[in-house]
Design a protein around this ligand. Sequence first.
Ligand SMILES: [Mg+2]
Length: 333
Amino acid sequence: MSNARRSERGPMMTGGTPLRSLDEEELLGHIFPAFPPGADLVVAPGDDAAVLRTSDRTIATTDTVVLGRDWLDAWSSGADIGHKVVAQNLADVAAMGGVPTGVLVTLVADPELSLEWVLDHVRGLAEVCTAAGVAVLGGDLSSAPPGVVMVSVTALGRLDGEPVLRSGARPGDVLAVHGSLGLADAGLRLLQADAPDRLPEATERQRRPEPPLAAGPQAAAGGATAMLDVSDGLLRDGGRIARASRVVLDLDLSALVPDVDALADVLGAEQALDCVLAGGEEHSLLATFPAGVLPAGWRAIGTVRAVRDDEAPAILVGGRVVTHTGWDHFRAT
Ligand SMILES: [Mg+2]
């Protein structure tokens, strides 16, 4: 990727003003003004701790991304990473049926990291928080050995009803998805092939996931029996619902044809199907509903049935076991 192309993606991580030239208060003075005021914020960041007004049931979740493991400087700007790490956390809140209310952000970085990258990063995460009505409650800054940059986000959410677990799917339910499938993985493949412009929508989804946050609480209110966000791939995440609920999920391939067709012109049919079945980082919502109650925006992609004798809980495609397993952080590929 050329330098011209890289600079379009926002400030680079080094060059500009290194963090080591600022003390912590100066740095925070640059960062705090970018944060949106949350509706439920009682005490804003800047004191010993923030104070958030919340319901009696609070959802908590966390996610960490590491330079070189979870992103490459050449592919993603600071703003992209800020967007992504917040969005994937908020997706987990939505997947429980909750409404995200606040995030805490910790940055651990090589002091050579540029202030410009940090401010770009803060802009990206503030944009997502603003769009979702989520307060930035504070966080932490710490220095790291050369080359290390790590961002950790903890999200809190409000739960007005019962949480939607992975374990509630029942035989006879419909398996449904809200959002796209395979787009983010297609984007990753195009970035790896140095061809991000062949399907810009996919590259953009890989850099900046757009979880359907409102669909989570809507699904909970609409009777969803099980739910999660597709972070590691349809088959892998569907398998989690199947095992937790002790049922068999059976995907209807014909329902996935539009998802495959959207990618097949660029990637070919085989890779497109692989993205749709096994592609991670999409953060669409996958849920099961009693037959006949699918809320608006959800589309049926399969069915739920009881396990038969000598059969383990699993996700099948057209009644058959398939070998795609989705992304696994600890498995060598
Ligand atoms: Mg999740």
